[in-house]
Design a protein around this ligand. Structure first.
Ligand code: ZN
Length: 411
């Protein structure tokens, strides 16, 4: 999706703000002698920013305005080393609330709804983001925060909550508890607004059916406001995102080249009006694609597809880059195959060898099936694997995340 004139104008204003601050990107712009962009080509020449740049700015190096204007900070996870601190101005908080209000609106929520918010409050952007949007919508917030299932269910019944905001795992847990206690007829939920966590269609169907609710996926990340920068509408054709606040690009995660609409790659986000900590060409490492064309709902807000994974999942093999998702797509073409597979990559006799173990969904001619799968992988991805079709239940199961790719090359 090409950057439009209005967006380019906003980026130019942001460039001025960044250059006048001690923000790392402002320094890059000064070093590169960049003051103004005239075209999309100019924009695409700007360097990417990464989470590590943000981490190096710890604690308050991302602040791109006078400190008097900062009203709040949030922080993203510090799984490796220092956390990232994001400062917000009053306008940033307000803009974020407006984006989140739109999310609720796209999910069909109104000021008559009672919204039970179970994500955590605090340094995280989660709970408070759901709260801001809810208040902007004029709905009744029930700010539970996480855990304490007993109390959650009590409030859900007594206050007749109509909307549940949670992670997919917690929504499933609540659904199971409601089923166990046989209190489904005392529950008034109509919708679930589910915060970003990758979840499969199977889990989705279960939550939706057990609770009897419509589900909506929220997209967002702390570095860019927080949750609420995109959501699916009732047609469920991908997530609309707010292109008046953000400019999204999809790039090839290896070459950094921009990809045309419709092609899968990594989401790169530029904030357009953020004051506290603006970001230009921030690499999210989330994989998706711009969905071309218009949504049946008629909204002009563009759409991205459901996040399919992270660019860190990418496997490089025989000069070809591929993602487990591509293999999943091939498996979906064969009704004879189940969803379970395992990829093993090893280095033998100076060459990379890829073995793919796939479970069959029944009794078939495995040998013939192996040949057809190998040929499809060759023609669609570009390398020929050794394919082993195995019986259902042969591959290991996990209660957590199943490890599907085993790279033995560097063991
Ligand atoms: Zn739509």
């Amino acid at each position: 999706m090409k950057i439009n004139e209005k967006q380019l104008e906003l980026v130019n204003r942001q460039i001025t703000r960044l250059r006048n601050s001690s923000h790392f990107y402002g320094q890059w712009l000064k070093d590169g002698g960049i003051e103004h962009l005239d075209s999309e080509e100019d924009f695409c020449r700007l360097p990417f920013s990464e989470k590590k740049d943000l981490r190096e700015a710890y604690p308050l190096g991302l602040m791109a305005c006078e400190e008097e204007k900062i009203v709040r900070i949030h922080s993203s996870s510090g799984t490796t080393g220092l956390p990232v601190i994001i400062p917000y101005t009053a306008k940033d908080v307000d803009d974020w609330g407006e984006m989140f209000r739109r999310c609720y609106e796209f999910a069909g929520c109104t000021s008559r709804d009672r919204i039970q918010i179970t994500p955590g409050y605090g340094l995280w952007t989660a709970g408070i983001g759901f709260q801001n949007g809810c208040e902007k919508l004029g709905a009744m917030a029930i700010p539970m925060g996480p855990g304490n299932t007993e109390k959650q269910l009590q409030m859900m019944q007594d206050l007749k909550s109509t909307v549940l905001c949670s992670t997919s795992s917690y929504a499933l847990l609540l659904a199971e508890e409601i089923e166990k206690r046989k209190i489904r007829d005392k529950i008034h939920l109509k919708k679930g607004v589910i915060g970003s966590e990758r979840w499969g269609e199977k889990m989705r169907t279960r939550i939706s059916e057990e609770l009897g609710i419509e589900l909506y996926d929220i997209y967002g990340l702390t570095e860019i406001y927080g949750p609420g920068i995109g959501i699916n509408c009732k047609y469920n054709t991908g997530m609309h995102y707010w292109d008046d606040y953000l400019y999204l690009e999809i790039i090839d995660p290896v070459t950094g080249e921009n990809l045309p609409d419709g092609e899968w790659g990594e989401i790169v986000i530029t904030t357009l009006v953020k004051e506290g900590a603006p970001l230009i060409r921030f690499r999210t490492h989330d994989l998706s694609r711009i969905i071309p064309g218009e949504c049946p709902c008629g909204s002009k807000f563009p759409r991205i597809d459901v996040i399919s994974g992270r660019s860190d999942d990418m496997i490089k093999i025989k000069g070809v880059n591929f993602f487990p998702k591509q293999l999943e797509e091939i498996l979906a073409m064969f009704p004879e195959l189940s969803s379970e597979y395992q990829i093993r990559i090893s280095h033998l006799d100076g060459r990379d060898t890829i073995r793919i173990y796939i479970e069959a969904s029944g009794r078939y001619d495995f040998k013939q099936l192996q040949g057809r799968v190998a040929e499809t992988v060759r023609s669609r991805i570009g390398f020929t694997p050794l394919v082993y079709v195995v019986e259902l239940g042969f591959l290991p199961r996990s209660e957590k995340k199943t490890k599907r790719v085993i790279d033995e090359r560097y063991a």
